[in-house]
Design a protein around this ligand. Sequence first.
Ligand code: MG
Length: 323
Amino acid sequence: MITSPAILKANILIVDDKIANIDLLQHMLQSAGYTSVASTSDPFEVCNLHRANQYDLILLDLQMPGMDGFQVMEGLKEIELEGYLPVLVITGQPEHKLRALQLGAKDVISRPFEKFEILARIYNMLEIRLLNREARNQSKTLEQLVQDLQKQIITDPLTNLFNRRFLQEYLPREIAKARRNAGSLAVLMIDLDFFKKINDIFGHEAGDVVLKNVATLLKDCIRESDVACRYGGEEFVLVLSEISPGGAKKKAESIQSAVMGLALTIRQKPLGRVSTSIGVAIYPDHGADMDLLLRAADEALYEAKENGRNCVVVSEARNIRHG
Ligand SMILES: [Mg+2]
């Protein structure tokens, strides 16, 4: 709903080369209660003024020296990208009415005009203008809300990384892409060693500090084309595109030492160093689909744990050792 006070506050511009006409309209509008009425007798100024002030209504004279009202409307069309010209034409030449409407004016009034008729038409035009704007704002808010929700669905709220749900949509798509391009990708499954101890000794808040910091570090370590997810409690999964087994192993090791380099504290108390165990699996070498690839990475991670933690195990290396 648009209220009458909102309409009376609308931004109005009067454009006429004759000062007497401007004075008449201005006085009429002000007496009717409008509080934001500006004017210009220079048609060349209208576009700049509208750009700066975004008028809700422009009362436009047609006959002006140098630049007529039709030309002013052409200029306004370039500013009003949504195509709505908030223009009410006031003209002494009724034969121009149709052309003005065809050019996008929302209404045309001939001189001499009836005061109450023009006030009623102005009020109605403003009501529609403000309703339009309100509807547009609401649909923008709704669009934003949908976007936020879409993001929330695939984001881990604590770390801001993608969540497992996203991985389950993303990974099969990436594998299909790699298959099409005869390319490769790596899955790194990263687990924080002895994470339970951090929670037990320092409390869950400290655990959250560690998770958030490791998440930030992971995001900083990967390329734009890679993806970092929080897979479970203290488990993360990275998907690295177009990378060799050797490159993936190197990346895993550099992540490991970077995490180890974090000097985290809570309430000025150091939390100690955090080591990680990482399992690496490569498409297509260690699995042809998401489930096989994740299982291979998980088994490699399990072996890294078995090996005493704080190490990287690549799926293939494990197979060779056990083969
Ligand atoms: Mg004139």
